[in-house]
Design a protein around this ligand. Structure first.
Ligand SMILES: Nc1ncnc2c1ncn2[C@@H]1O[C@H](COP(=O)(O)OP(=O)(O)OP(=O)(O)O)[C@@H](O)[C@H]1O
Length: 328
């Protein structure tokens, strides 16, 4: 048993069609994390999430949620887990509020006297307060998605599992979901959130797992994954200082330092790789502040000084050779 909020060992799903949708994955979602579960369409995220929640039986492997084995402990564990998965069962002719009341009533452990307050609080939280009395069938896709979130938030949860929560939302709605996830995480809820659009949730994640072709290609703290590859220092200087800047960077041990072609405005860009891809190899390289100091000391005029980290998407593409929107 582990202290992680979610832990799987060798989790595998082979469908009757013979397709292996999830291929022996070991997920580890630490308590308190916001875990971005990422990967192209068809990479196995939804199937994994369904297995986590006991909606689909694994072909092989184990799942522990909040330290307890699934599905054996489902009755004890699932009340502590809020989930948004495809197609929640809402009644089309009932209002958003009435739909939540219905779900609330099914939950044996919820106090019926406070049902209304719970539903209203959840609706407010997802920005549906004004549409509470509208029928579900009149909701837009984004509003439906929000109602699904509200249902997951009807009671305090230790763990939230959200499958593509930003599906159907406009950029404003997407920002709101991010904000909500951050708020919930600040309050101590562990969140697993899946997306095929990395940029949408990258900013709120503390941890990331990247799926590709049913396998977990990469997993760990977000900062570690992005820092692992390809950080660069990028300096813009007056053209006259370009050669001096290049010489200084090389003197500091940044072997691949190079000057990019002159821009029309008499400014050149000098850049160099800051970290090697090999773990530990970067320790010999100077820290950014020391590089800036050395350039100033060498009399180089600095117009801008940046440390550029690759986006996770760049890391992903580099690792897999696959774009994010590639279907299987
Ligand atoms: N019930 C099923 N029977 C057979 N194959 C299935 C079934 N459900 C999913 N698959 C296949 O398993 C693979 C993984 O699908 P899954 O829905 O888990 O991916 P995903 O990463 O969630 O993608 P998306 O972002 O499009 O939802 C796909 O190739 C899909 O066609």
């Amino acid at each position: 048993m582990s202290d992680d909020a979610i832990r799987t060992h060798g989790l595998t799903k082979r469908f009757r069609t013979g397709q292996v949708a999830v291929d022996g994955i070991d997920l580890a979602v630490p308590r308190g994390a916001v875990y971005g579960f990422l990967g192209p369409n068809g990479s196995g995220k939804t199937t994994t999430i369904r297995m986590l929640l006991g909606l689909v039986a694994p072909t092989a492997g184990q799942v522990h949620l909040l330290g307890e084995p699934m599905p054996q402990a489902a009755a004890r564990v699932l009340p502590r887990v809020g989930a948004l998965v495809e197609g929640p069962a809402f009644q089309p002719y009932l209002s958003g509020r009435a739909n939540l009341a219905r779900l609330d009533a099914v939950d044996g452990s919820a106090d019926p006297r406070t049902a209304r307050a719970r539903a209203d609080a959840a609706l407010e939280r997802v920005g549906l307060g004004a549409a509470a009395d509208k029928r579900y069938r009149q909701y837009s896709l984004g509003m439906k998605q929000r109602l699904g979130l509200a249902a997951a938030l009807l009671r305090p949860r230790d763990l939230l599992v959200l499958d593509e929560p930003t599906n159907g939302l406009d950029p404003q709605g997407t920002r709101e979901v991010r904000h909500l996830v951050r708020e919930l995480a600040d309050a101590g809820t562990t969140v697993l959130v899946s997306s095929h659009l990395l940029a949408e949730i990258e900013q709120v994640c503390t941890h990331v797992g990247i799926m590709g072709g049913g396998r977990l290609l990469l997993q760990g703290p977000r900062e570690d994954l992005a820092a692992r590859r390809g950080s660069r220092v990028v300096v813009r200087t007056p053209q006259a200082d370009g050669a001096a800047a290049l010489a200084e960077l090389r003197r500091l041990g940044l072997a691949d330092a190079a000057v990019e072609p002159v821009a029309a405005d008499g400014v050149v860009t000098v850049s160099a790789a800051l970290a090697d891809d090999e773990p530990g190899a970067s320790s010999a390289l100077p820290a950014p502040q020391d590089i800036a100091g050395a350039l100033v000391h060498a009399g180089v005029g600095i117009l801008t000084f940046d440390v550029r980290r690759p986006s996770l998407e760049q890391v992903f593409v580099e690792l897999t050779g696959e774009g994010f929107d590639v279907a299987r």
